[in-house]
Design a protein around this ligand. Structure first.
Ligand code: AMP
Ligand code: TRP
Length: 333
């Protein structure tokens, strides 16, 4: 199969931050002309940890609005909410029977998210990567644009696809490859250079939201943790200073310039002057998206129509895959 197909998912669990944008969403946009793309707002994944029923659908709409404001074209791509295509859960069950307990036990995200209280985590949180494999394999995705934190889940999806194909002597599942954005595959917290920027961090100052105002961005970058030395003069030096390295990565990803050039431009200068420039490049990316997102959120019918059309289109592809699978497994003729 040579046709290029992208599938990716984003959870409607909190507000989209610049890590989500630079690690994943900006790649959705830049690849949409080359690949047939399917993007899902994965509300079934979201409920692996408690969500407020009064907010969930609005959060889904908000993710959609950010997708559109970022430049994803709803007439070219399929965009839908995962829960509206029941075939995802259907395939997840089948893949539950292929995946091995030992494989899931190695998933580091479960260990991080469940923390010390593993016994009390939902079973959904544990089997989450299997639903993610179902998402990807249902549409025969060749490539999956994600941040670095999802690489292990993608490896698992490949292992499951390979084992199913071998067990049933078939090639029904295509093995997906990750698509990673080099400088922004792992954007770190602005408060702690050793922690990933995350929707669930308790500190609002740890992340720039894609809906932040220019003032909020300015304050967050001003307050971003750094050491007290001047700007590094080489990439080796930057590599030993995690907070500065992270800010440099954000600068490069937002401006599209190479890290070597940015390092030499700011070499030996005060961090505050770098932060001023960084604020400008971040605003140049976030401001238009924030404005457009607000506008789009005023037109709920427009957003809901896109999800409805997207779900209908996704369901058609998914139904055919389940039909083919049932024959292979011996559940229908
Ligand atoms: P999530 O918020 O977990 O649904 O993530 C949506 C997408 O953003 C996934 O592809 C993640 O890998 C990516 N992502 C999340 N956090 C970061 C981060 N700090 N840096 C880069 N990519 C990220
Ligand atoms: N697990 C991903 C995350 O937390 C979201 C996701 C669900 C996904 N299904 C997917 C990403 C399929 C890529 C492909 O970020």
């Amino acid at each position: 199969m040579s046709n290029k197909i992208i599938f990716s998912g984003v959870q409607p669990t909190g507000e989209i931050h610049i890590g989500n944008y630079l690690g994943a969403i900006s790649q959705f946009v830049s690849n949409q002309d080359e690949y047939k793309s399917i993007f899902s707002i994965v509300d079934l994944h979201a409920i692996t940890i408690p969500q407020n029923p009064k907010e969930l659908l609005n959060r889904t709409r908000q993710v959609l609005a950010i997708f559109l404001a970022s430049g994803i074209d709803p007439t070219k791509n399929i965009i839908f909410n995962q829960s509206q295509v029941a075939e995802h859960t259907q395939l997840a069950w089948i893949l539950n029977c292929t995946a091995r307990v030992g494989w899931l036990n190695r998933m580091t995200q479960f260990k991080d998210k469940a923390g010390k209280n593993k016994e009390n985590a939902s079973i959904g949180l544990y089997t989450y990567p299997i639903l993610m494999a179902a998402d990807i394999l249902l549409y025969s995705a060749s490539h999956v644009p994600v941040g670095d934190d999802q690489k292990q889940h993608l490896e698992l999806a490949r292992d499951i696809a390979h084992k199913f194909n071998t067990d049933y002597d078939t090639d029904i599942f295509r093995l997906p490859e990750p698509l990673l954005n080099k400088s922004s595959t792992r954007i770190m917290s602005l408060r702690d250079g050793s922690k990933k920027m995350s929707k669930s961090d308790i500190s609002e100052y740890s992340r720039i939201l894609m809906t932040d105002s220019n003032d909020e961005i300015t304050i967050k970058i001003k307050k971003a943790k750094t050491d007290s030395m001047n700007m590094p003069s080489s990439s080796e030096e930057a590599g030993n200073r995690p907070e500065i390295e992270n800010l440099l990565n954000i600068y490069c990803a937002c401006s599209g310039e190479s890290k070597d050039i940015i390092i030499s431009d700011f070499s030996g200068k005060e961090i505050s002057s770098f932060k001023n420039e960084l604020t400008k490049v971040i605003i140049s990316i976030v401001e238009p998206i924030a404005i457009k997102t607000k506008e789009l959120l005023n037109d709920q019918d427009y957003l809901d129509n896109i999800l409805k059309k997207g779900s209908d289109n996704a369901r058609q592809i998914a139904k055919q895959k389940i039909k083919d699978l049932y024959k292979i497994i011996g559940m229908s003729e």
